[in-house]
Design a protein around this ligand. Structure first.
Ligand code: UDP
Ligand code: MG
Length: 328
């Protein structure tokens, strides 16, 4: 039985592209054996995209349309698409015809035995200075920081096995980090070259400012990856170093004042010492607050700090109903 497939498409003011997109996806998918659905998520479009989607939906029961009350952004639209789709494999793509539906069969072939197939727009048809250059730098940075090496994090055309995305919550611009987040919990990822076309209709929804947001999100993702269960390990060391150096400076100044009898009131070093002690203590306290937040985060949702692939065997009941881990 071939995998069922959900094609998830965020749509924001893409009126002209939608009919062409729909018919080319349909053509590609009807040739495959896989049962499929197309989930359009209308992200608060104001150009009549929703009406076109409603028309398409009325004529085809394999089409699902989720419509937002206002524009929540591409990441939110993709999260809603994951939520409202049912296929074993989820393929995401842009609505603007820049991704090519003809690549879908190849993605479905590649995902067999894997968790994520990520598209790489090798011949990307976007302006160099405002798009390709910042994207090259961002991809390099994300690969370096997350340790998951991909050429093109930004390509929406990707295929995910449902198990992988089920537990990933998306914030900010984080849909592009799904491969990195998933690989940290053991997902197997492969990158494939995909086609790319210039935007035919409408305009791009992003400018250069996206790069900054992506870098900020990268800091969040990296922090959560490394320290979400132990924030004091991130804040503690710099805090201790600062407070320690501040303490030594103060000690030295006290020696000058009380033993050598010199006046220290006008020394810049005094300010530095006090500053370092205050900052150091504050950073450590932030780490402690982080520790409390980490407990609230994990325990309020019963969120484990590990991911189990499978458990082999279940021993006979030797403990009166209680297993290791404390769960009845
Ligand atoms: N998009 C969206 N909500 C937004 C912005 C964009 O759903 O707030 C959709 C948009 O309709 C398109 C995809 O996200 O399907 C990618 O947007 P765009 O083509 O503008 O990005 P680019 O290809 O220029 O990076
Ligand atoms: Mg585009």
């Amino acid at each position: 039985m071939p995998d069922s497939v959900s094609i998830v498409i965020p749509v924001y003011n893409e009126r002209e592209s939608l009919p062409v997109l729909y018919s080319s996806i349909k053509k590609v998918m009807d040739d495959l054996e896989n049962p499929y659905e197309i989930v359009f998520v209308d992200d608060g479009s104001r150009d009549g995209s929703l009406e076109i989607l409603e028309e398409i939906q009325a004529s085809d029961e394999n089409v699902v349309v989720v419509s937002f009350r206002k524009n929540f952004g591409q990441t939110a639209a993709m999260a809603a698409g994951f939520e409202y789709s049912k296929g074993d494999v989820v393929v995401t793509m842009d609505a603007d015809l820049q991704n090519d539906p003809a690549d879908i069969p190849m993605l479905l072939e590649k995902i067999k035995g894997r968790d994520i197939v990520s598209g790489w727009r090798k011949n990307r048809k976007d302006p160099f200075l405002s798009r390709r250059l910042p994207s090259m730098m961002a991809n390099w940075l994300i690969s370096f920081v997350t340790g998951v090496k991909l050429h093109d994090y930004g390509c929406t055309l990707k295929a995910y096995r449902r198990d992988v995305i089920r537990n990933i919550k998306l914030y900010g611009e984080m849909h592009r980090f799904i491969p990195a987040i998933a690989s940290w919990v053991g997902a197997e990822i492969v990158e494939v070259e995909t086609r790319h076309h210039p935007r035919r209709y409408g305009t791009s929804k992003y400018g250069i400012s996206r790069t900054i947001r992506v870098v900020l999100d990268l800091i969040t993702v990296k922090f959560l990856q490394s320290f979400s269960t132990r924030p004091i390990h991130a804040f503690g060391p710099p805090g201790l170093v600062m407070a320690g150096v501040g303490f030594l400076i103060s000690l030295y100044l006290s020696y000058e004042k009380f033993v050598l009898g010199e006046s220290i009131g006008t020394r810049p070093l005094l300010l530095l010492g006090v500053l370092l002690i205050i900052l150091g203590v504050q950073i450590i306290v932030m780490g402690l607050l982080g520790e409390m937040l980490a407990r609230v985060y994990h325990e309020s949702q019963d969120k484990p700090i590990f991911v189990v692939k499978k458990v082999l065997g279940s021993s006979a009941d030797i403990s009166g109903g209680y297993r290791a881990g404390g769960k009845p």
